[in-house]
Design a protein around this ligand. Sequence first.
Ligand SMILES: [Zn+2]
Ligand SMILES: [Zn+2]
Length: 143
Amino acid sequence: MSPRAALRPCLEPSCTARVRSGRCPTHAARHDRQRGTPDARGYDARWRALRTWFLDHAEPAGLCGARLAGTPRTSSSRCQTESRVTLGVRVNHIQPHRRPDGTSDPQLRLDPYNLELLCASCDSRVTATWDGGFGRPRRVRVP
Ligand SMILES: [Zn+2]
Ligand SMILES: [Zn+2]
């Protein structure tokens, strides 16, 4: 058996290098840089901190439909609309922070007033509405 048989193509689609696993040294280094820039890490740390702060301050605490005190009720929480007490598990952006090109708007993403706590079922319902359904392109609304 030739040792070559154990080699696989580099994971980078256009690359012809053959490697034991993963990427060739060139693409491995590039991939690491893209994955872990300090900027991207700081961005995620800010979101985690905001999320924790929001969960501490949203009312009713821990429940589906919770928002910051003094903000209008959310329409996303069917549980709250129907006066059901359901534990919230996901922090949702009321106005989606994803732009059509897939990038994120940091102002919307890190605005505590743009957040609501939802249970899994309410979260998947509003997410499906905004995304146009799981993975499908967003509906374009014609006025
Ligand atoms: Zn490569
Ligand atoms: Zn709910």
